[in-house]
Write a protein that binds this ligand. Sequence first.
Ligand SMILES: [Zn+2]
Ligand SMILES: [Zn+2]
Length: 119
Amino acid sequence: MTTKKVNRYYCDHCKKGGCNSGHMHQHEGICFFNPTRGCPVFDAQTTDVAANVKRLETMTPEELLKKIMCPACVCAAVAVANKGADSDEFISFDYKAALAAWNARQTEEFQAACENYCP
Ligand SMILES: [Zn+2]
Ligand SMILES: [Zn+2]
């Protein structure tokens, strides 16, 4: 019998794990819980997630979407705002509808990121 050791790689921000370091590295870059995450929708290297989370204190996700025009960044802000919040404080955001409206700019990475982290 042989045993085989495999490395597993874990995201520093959300604890998602995977066996492929390249994929996990890519995921970390756009992970919703990475405070300076890049945005695949706008090809941005970094975004300021905290600034958008702060905006959600006075805006609905729909208003934020109108302002920053990026469903992925709104999703990230909502996911961060909801993390650890009581269920009655949960912000709901229909990212699928937002994404549909964004169809032309839709990317695989964004879909994958959203499916994993959107509440
Ligand atoms: Zn992650
Ligand atoms: Zn974005």
